[in-house]
Design a binder for this molecule. Structure first.
Ligand SMILES: NC(=O)c1ccc[n+]([C@@H]2O[C@H](COP(=O)([O-])OP(=O)(O)OC[C@H]3O[C@@H](n4cnc5c(N)ncnc54)[C@H](O)[C@@H]3O)[C@@H](O)[C@H]2O)c1
Length: 373
């Protein structure tokens, strides 16, 4: 027997998941939900879906098993708490917790972990980087000892505000919709760290324990300015972490950069290293390097999903499958809430460090997912 899923949020990103959830053979029923009636009606018509909800409240009152949250980032935490409280399995788009005040966010991280513990249901973060081919390749090589000891990593999410592929000024204005105003200008790059940090955490099997970070202020800045909701001057933030395995990681969140959008990493071990730049991906050792195709076989997917992996490096189908399997088996997914906090908390503390001009600060950790599930 399969599960029923309610997909909440049919905006730019959420609508990319309707077909994948609808085609999964273990999803018996897919319902759609958006507070915007036009978006809801359009998606329902396009995909021939009849079960529709006008609000998350209504969905939580229904007997739907699992809720997929692909709403605006500042809503994820509150909505996940509500859905867990209602006894639903929860999939959340990144970031799990979002906002402007670091201490408040860390407190919310703690509350989310406690809520998942209490609920006994599944929580999964929909972090696309985890299912990119580069991450999967390096994870396998690390598990097989191919790197030797991992000593140093560099991870990055570079997305210029004026990116021609996804202009961030427009993305942010669209997300606020009717509530948009000049007071909403800005954001905090390090509060959206998981596309970068998750690769390091996942491949090293380690977590960040301390951080020192710096922020860059563009002289003629028009977006990252004080006096807005975000009250942040840094368009670029760069962090240096100590990891629990002794390794060092550099992490760059750049929103002011003359470079195509990029979510990637490099990893260096005592025996071999993985190097990636816009010219290609390479496996290196002391004697030289070889180009990688990254076409190794991966985890088997249901046929309907395997023929259409979706975006972000073909990660979407794997995310959907991982969540559905976790709901069916009751086992914690790879991106469980304990791991999700290890991707997020380092960035939150990195911004606090940048505000103190690089003061070294400890990164909290909520431990591993409990055994037995
Ligand atoms: N690579 C990635 O992992 C990746 C890429 C893009 C976006 N995202 C994440 O996806 C999320 C969505 O981004 P987007 O660009 O699609 O945003 P969007 O603003 O286009 O869409 C959000 C939708 O959620 C709906 N919504 C809000 N509150 C609701 C409620 N209570 N009930 C029902 N519907 C509700 C809105 O009406 C809107 O249609 C963001 O949090 C973003 O961080 C992740």
């Amino acid at each position: 027997m399969g599960i029923s899923v309610g997909l909440v949020g049919l905006g730019q990103f959420g609508r990319q998941f309707v077909q994948l959830y609808g085609q999964h053979p273990e999803v018996d029923c897919l319902a759609l939900c958006d507070v915007d009636p036009l978006r809801l009606a359009t998606a329902a018509r396009e995909h021939g879906i009849t079960e529709c909800y006008a609000s998350l409240d209504a969905l939580c009152r229904s007997d739907i098993d699992a809720v997929v949250l692909i709403t605006q980032p500042w809503l994820h935490w509150e909505q996940a708490m509500q859905a867990l409280e209602a006894g639903k399995h929860v999939y959340s788009a990144v970031p799990a917790v979002y906002g402007n005040e670091g201490d408040v966010l860390l407190e919310r991280c703690d509350q989310l972990v406690q809520a998942v513990r209490r609920s006994g249901t599944v929580y999964m973060l929909g972090e696309t980087t985890l299912y990119r081919r580069e991450t999967e390749y390096c994870r396998q090589r690390a598990l097989a000892g191919g790197f030797g000891a991992l000593t140093y990593g560099e991870c990055e999410y570079w997305h210029d505000m004026n990116s021609p592929s996804a202009n961030l000024y427009e993305v942010y204005r669209n997300r606020w919709g009717a509530n948009w105003g000049p007071d909403k200008r800005g954001c905090i790059p390090m509060h959206y760290p998981t596309h970068a940090t998750s690769s390091m955490v996942e491949i090293m099997g380690a977590h960040m324990t301390s951080v020192s970070a710096l922020g860059y202020e563009k002289p003629d800045e028009d977006w990252f300015i004080p006096g807005t909701l975000w009250n942040n001057r840094f368009g670029n933030e760069v962090a240096l972490y100590r990891m629990s395995n002794g390794a060092i990681v550099r992490h760059a969140e750049l929103r002011r950069v003359g470079h195509p959008e990029r979510e990637s990493f490099r990893l260096f071990g005592t025996k071999a290293s993985f190097v990636s730049d816009p010219s290609g991906v390479r496996w290196t050792d002391r004697s030289g390097w070889k180009e990688l195709e990254l076409d190794e076989p991966r985890e088997a997917l249901p046929a309907a999903l395997a023929s259409n992996l979706g975006g972000h490096g073909g990660s979407h189908a794997y995310l959907v499958h991982a969540f559905v399997r976790a709901c069916i088996t009751g086992r914690h997914p790879r991106a469980n809430v304990w791991q999700a906090m290890r991707y997020l908390a380092p960035g939150i503390v990195a911004h606090q460090s940048a505000l103190r001009d690089g003061e070294v600060l400890p990164v909290p950790d909520w431990g591993d997912a409990p055994e037995g599930r």
